[in-house]
Design a protein. Structure first.
Length: 144
């Protein structure tokens, strides 16, 4: 069953998505960034090209001819990935086909509307028995 991770109180949800994408890619995971809104898709695409300055995460749009060979896709067509590892949701609603992914990442901003939509999605997944984990991004990082 899909594990659902919530990153709450994100100051910059797109930057969190970029960092999670980079980490998943480094672990050899295939990633679908669910961004059905063209402006959001453009923004995360641009961010993946420019950050970090000395790193690169190979990615393309789900409609690109190379989508089947690219480890990170951006768009709304979850079927563009041959294997299903991680979906990062940048839409305010539950993404379609999320249940075929090993992990779903929900990123919740700091504004009231984002938090309320996040609570609704949390209750949706909880009512259906998904394993839920929450990471509060306000908490200071622990040193080990």
């Amino acid at each position: 069953m899909t594990e659902v991770l919530f990153y709450t109180f994100a100051e910059d949800p797109l930057d969190v998505a970029r960092r999670v994408t980079g980490k998943a890619h480094a672990q050899g995971k295939r990633v679908m960034i669910h961004a059905p809104d063209p402006a959001t898709a453009d923004a995360i695409d641009r961010l993946l090209w420019t950050s970090p300055a000395l790193g690169f995460v190979p990615h393309c749009r789900d409609t690109d001819a190379l989508a089947g060979e690219t480890p990170v896709l951006i768009g709304a067509n979850a079927d563009a990935l041959q294997s299903a590892d991680v979906m990062i949701n940048l839409d305010p609603a539950q993404p379609p086909a999320f249940a075929r992914f090993e992990r779903l990442v929900e990123i919740i901003g700091q504004d009231d509307a984002s938090r309320e939509r996040g609570r609704e999605r949390y209750r949706f997944y909880q009512a259906r028995g998904y394993a839920l984990t929450t990471h509060d991004l306000r908490a200071p990082a622990r040193k080990t």
